[in-house]
Write a protein that binds this ligand. Structure first.
Ligand code: NAD
Length: 361
């Protein structure tokens, strides 16, 4: 990768600016080590943008996100914005970015670093060696479907949403998932609720049809309730899982606990050309914001995903992941992944440890 690339950095709220600052240091380091020309441009998003511009996704932020080659986002949200008009809440910025940029394919790896086998609440033998990829549909389903409303008089109001998927939407995410399975262990589990929901019935039918184009991939199906249970009971049975927007939201948070901490999980949201927004799975963690307690590794690992999926630079992605692994092996722990009695480092110290270990090996 020798040509110039622009990375839009949208730090957001709470711990967002703290964790993205460390990820930016890693980008600067790989720029030097690998001779890349990644330029960073920053704009506010979420609550921070609302305070500055009166909107969580102002045009200047959306323009930068559109023109950049890739986007790195921290997190948005916080209690101070929970009671403002729903359309102006920080979380609207995420939905806006996903739909405006057509980032329909959300990749959420749940990978357990052996060094953290004890940090999971599950027994080490259940989770050691865990390596799952959850492919979540991100721009459709119940989070976007209409009609949706709360209506009526207080005391007799009704609230409703609509879960809707077209065949084209299911095929698009299905192809992403089958292609991901082809790059891995060639096992794909499609998660739905086809015993109850018509939309899931269609989902399953389309996945089965698509599977005929990927004969090397072993396709299975599971209901969402069973999938949640199996994820906690025997998570290593899964390779790639594909599911809808809401089911994926829930599954991936459950998967995060298998790996010890939500502070370890990166994610990528891609469009059909491979442009992507990269962000940690966690939120803005207002309870620890501004205290140097946040684990920056999920955001740093999101940069590795960016190098691999958008910039096609596998050596650089591998170098960042190796640096994170070495940092953990050398005993660096933020509070969320520390065992009892283990020394705890700050967000910045963790970032420094990773930066020091990035090398072109
Ligand atoms: P959260 O992920 O922010 O926090 C859940 C728990 O995990 C907290 O105890 C927090 O301290 C801890 N945690 C999260 N990230 C961590 C990290 N990097 N290092 C150490 N500990 C970490 O979820 P929440 O508390 O449900 O939500 C807080 C705010 O974040 C809300 O406003 C919510 O809407 C928003 N949110 C944003 C996103 C996003 O921007 N993608 C995602 C989820 C939640």
């Amino acid at each position: 990768m020798s040509d110039k690339k622009t990375i839009a950095v949208l730090p957001g709220d709470g711990i967002g600016p703290e964790v993205t600052a460390q990820a930016v240091r890693v980008i600067e380091q790989v720029n030097g080590v690998f001779g890349l020309s990644c330029t960073i441009e920053t704009q506010p998003v979420g609550g921070a943008a609302y305070e500055l511009h009166g909107h969580p996704l102002p045009p200047s932020t959306l323009d930068l996100a559109r023109s950049a080659d890739a986007i790195l986002l921290g997190a948005v949200g916080g209690p101070q914005w929970e009671s403002i008009d729903r359309q102006l809440r920080p979380e609207k910025a995420l939905l806006g970015l996903r739909s405006e940029l057509e980032l329909f394919s959300n990749l959420r790896p749940a990978l357990l670093f052996p060094e953290l086998a004890d940090a999971s609440t599950l027994k080490p033998e259940v989770v050691s060696g865990l390596d799952i990829m959850i492919v979540r549909e991100l721009t459709g389903g119940i989070y976007f479907g209409g009609p949706r409303a709360i209506e009526g008089e207080k005391g007799s109001r009704k609230g409703y949403n609509t879960m809707v998927y077209s065949e084209a939407e299911i095929q698009r995410i299905g192809h992403s998932a089958f292609q991901m399975a082809m790059q891995r262990d060639r096992r794909l589990c499609s998660v739905d609720k086809a015993n109850v929901l018509e939309v899931s019935e269609l989902w399953r039918e389309v996945m089965i049809d698509l599977g005929k184009s990927y004969p090397e991939v072993e396709l299975s199906h599971m209901y969402i309730d069973n999938a949640c249970m199996q994820l906690v009971r025997a998570p290593k049975q899964f390779d790639v899982m594909v599911t809808t927007n809401m089911f994926g939201d829930i599954l991936s948070d459950a998967a995060s606990m298998l790996t010890g901490s939500i502070g370890m999980l990166p994610s990528a949201s891609l469009d059909s050309r491979g442009k992507g927004m990269y962000e940690p799975v966690h939120g803005s963690a207002p309870d620890i914001a501004g205290q140097g307690k946040a684990n920056p590794l999920a955001t740093i690992l999101s940069v590795a995903m960016m190098m691999r999926s958008t910039f096609g630079n596998e050596p650089c992605a591998a170098a960042i992941e190796a640096a994170v692994k070495a940092t953990l092996a050398d005993g660096f722990r933020t509070g969320d992944i520390a065992a009892d009695g283990q020394a705890i480092v700050t967000t910045e110290e963790m970032g420094t440890a990773v930066v020091d270990r990035v090398s072109k090996s």
